[in-house]
Ligand binder design. Structure first.
Ligand code: PLP
Length: 455
C-alpha cells in the first residue's frame, strides 16, 4: 500500500473502525485518536505529523540495535529470496536455524547447549511449561508439575503466560488462572521492605520460595521461574541477596530454575544475559525481543544439558512446536543482529561506558521531589513516583500519576513507559552519551510538569 499523501486522520479513522489494540482501552483511545508512527532511525521515531520522538523504550524493550540497520534488512531479503519458509517439524531443518542454534549455545551461559525456537516471548514461556512438565514425566515424577512464579511478574499474554505471570488485572479477565501455578511475593524492597535493610528483605523474599515449596510439597514442585529484573512490573531490581538464595533453594529441593530473559537478554543489563549480571545458573532460559532487535518475530528457549539430555534420551516424540519454529528469515535476521552486536562491541559498551553513565545520570533524579528510588543496570531503569520521600509513602492511585507523566513525555518528544507509579526506561543499546544527556533533560522536564499537575 502506498502511504504517501495519506493523512494522520485517514489512518486514525481506519484504526478506529477496525483495529483492536493490545493492552489498550479502545474506547478512550478512539476518543483521543492514536498516534501513527511512520519511520525510525537510530534511537528516534517520527510520527505522521513529522514530530521526532526519542524512543526511551526501544519499541517494547526490543530494538536493542536501534532502528534503520540495513544489514538486518539485507539478511532478511537474502534469506527470503533463497528460502522464505520451510518447517523444522518433519526431519528437516534450514541453514539459518542450525547456525543460530550454534551461535546461541556460544553466547548463553555454560551448560545451555540446546534451543527450541518459537515466535514470541509468550510462546517461549508456554514452551518452558511444556518442557518442564514433560521432563519430570520422563524422569518418573509426573506429580512434579507445579511451577512457582511471583506476584507482579510478567511472562506473556497467552493463557499459560498470563497465568504464570503475577498480574492481578490480567488474572481477573478471561477466566485465568491455569491450574498448577503458584505465586510468591516479589522482591520489591522500596514498597514492601518496611524496616528491613534491602539485604534482609532480599533474603526474606527468596525464603518465601522455600516456604511455598514446603506448603505445596517438594515432591510436587517442578520449577521456579523469574525475570532477573522484573521488567513490565516496573523494572524492579532485587536486592543482592535475592538470587543467590533462590539458587540455593532450587538446588536444595532439586527444582528447575528458569530465567525469563525476554527483556534482560541480549545486552540489556550490560552482559549478554541478566543471569550473568546476577550470577544465576538457570536450567532453562526463555528469550525473545532483543534476539532479533524486533526486526522480525522470533523467540527461543535455551535448554540446559540436564533437561535436554533427559528429553532426548527418554521422551520419544515431544508433541510441541509452532509452524514458524526456526523460521529461516527470522533466524537469518537474529544471526545478523547478534553478529553486529558482537562485532561492534555493543554489549561491552553498555557494560563499561554507556550503562554506567546512564545509571549515574539517572540517579540525579533521586533529588527530584517526586522520585523515591531510581534503580537499574546497563540500559534499563525504573523509578518510582512517591507522595512522601521520607516515609516511602506511595500514591493511592499510582497508575493515574504514572499516566500523567507518560502523557507529558509523549507530548514532549519522549517515549517513557508508566508501569503503575513506576516510570521505566529501556532505550536502544546503541545510545550515545550525548543522547543520554538529551534523554535526561526531557525526563526532568516531564517530571517537573507532572509535579506541577499534582500541585
Ligand atoms: N516474558 C517477559 C519477561 C516479557 O517481558 C514479555 C513481554 O514483555 C514476555 C515474556 C512476552 O513476550 P511477547 O510479548 O513477545 O509474547
Amino acid at each position: 500500500m502506498n502511504h504517501i499523501n495519506k493523512s494522520t486522520e485517514y489512518w486514525q479513522e481506519l484504526d478506529r473502525a477496525h483495529h483492536l489494540h493490545p493492552f489498550t482501552d479502545t474506547k478512550s483511545l478512539n476518543e483521543k485518536g492514536t498516534r501513527v508512527i511512520t519511520k525510525a532511525d537510530g534511537i528516534y521515531l517520527w510520527d505522521s505529523d513529522g514530530n521526532r520522538v526519542l524512543d526511551g523504550m526501544a519499541g517494547l524493550w526490543c530494538v536493542n540495535i536501534g532502528y534503520g540497520r540495513k544489514e538486518l534488512v539485507d539478511a532478511a531479503q537474502r534469506q527470503m529470496m533463497e528460502l522464505p519458509y520451510y518447517n523444522t517439524f518433519f526431519q528437516t531443518t534450514n541453514a539459518p536455524a542450525t547456525e543460530l542454534s550454534q551461535l546461541l549455545a556460544e553466547i548463553t551461559p555454560e551448560g545451555l547447549n540446546r534451543v527450541f525456537f518459537a515466535n514470541s516471548g509468550s510462546e517461549a514461556v508456554d514452551t518452558v511449561i511444556r518442557l518442564v512438565r514433560r521432563y519430570w514425566q520422563v524422569e518418573g515424577q509426573p506429580d512434579r508439575n507445579v511451577i512457582i512464579s511471583r506476584n507482579n511478574a510478567y511472562h506473556g499474554s497467552t493463557v499459560a503466560g498470563a497465568s504464570l505471570g503475577g498480574m492481578d488485572p490480567m488474572h481477573e479477565q478471561s477466566g485465568l488462572m491455569m491450574p498448577g501455578i503458584e505465586h510468591i511475593m516479589q522482591p520489591y524492597w522500596y514498597k514492601d521492605g518496611g524496616d528491613l535493610s534491602p539485604e534482609e528483605f532480599g533474603l526474606k523474599a527468596a525464603q518465601a520460595l522455600e516456604e511455598r515449596i514446603l506448603e505445596v510439597g517438594p515432591e510436587k514442585v517442578a520449577a521456579f521461574i523469574g525475570e532477573p529484573i522484573q521488567g513490565a512490573g516496573g523494572v524492579i531490581v532485587p536486592p543482592e541477596t535475592y538470587w543467590p538464595e533462590i539458587q540455593r533453594i532450587c538446588e536444595k529441593y532439586n527444582i528447575l530454575l528458569v530465567a525469563d530473559e525476554v527483556i534482560c537478554g541480549f545486552g540489556r543489563t550490560g552482559n549478554w544475559f541478566g543471569s550473568e549480571t546476577f550470577g544465576i545458573k538457570p536450567d532453562l532460559m526463555s528469550m525473545a525481543k532483543g534476539m532479533s532487535s524486533g526486526y522480525l518475530p522470533i523467540s527461543a528457549v535455551m535448554v540446559g544439558d540436564r533437561v535436554a539430555d533427559s528429553l532426548i534420551e527418554k521422551s520419544g516424540e515431544f508433541y510441541h512446536g509452532y509452524t514458524y519454529s526456526g523460521h529461516p528469515a527470522s533466524c537469518a535476521v537474529a544471526i545478523e543482529n547478534i553478529r553486529l552486536m558482537r562485532d561492534e562491541g555493543i554489549v561491552d559498551r553498555v557494560r563499561d561506558e554507556t550503562g554506567p553513565y546512564f545509571q549515574k545520570r539517572l540517579r540525579e533524579l533521586e533529588d527530584h521531589p517526586l522520585i523515591g528510588e531510581v534503580v537499574g543496570y546497563g540500559l534499563v531503569a525504573g523509578m518510582v513516583m512517591v507522595k512522601n520521600k521520607e516515609t516511602r509513602e506511595l500514591f493511592e492511585n499510582g497508575s493515574e500519576v504514572g499516566n500523567i507523566c507518560r502523557d507529558h513525555c509523549f507530548n514532549n518528544g519522549l517515549i517513557m513507559r508508566a508501569c503503575g507509579d513506576r516510570m521505566v526506561l529501556s532505550p536502544p543499546l546503541v545510545m550515545t552519551k550525548a543522547e543520554i544527556d538529551e534523554l535526561l533533560e526531557k525526563v526532568k522536564y516531564c517530571l517537573d510538569l507532572t509535579a506541577k499537575d499534582l500541585g
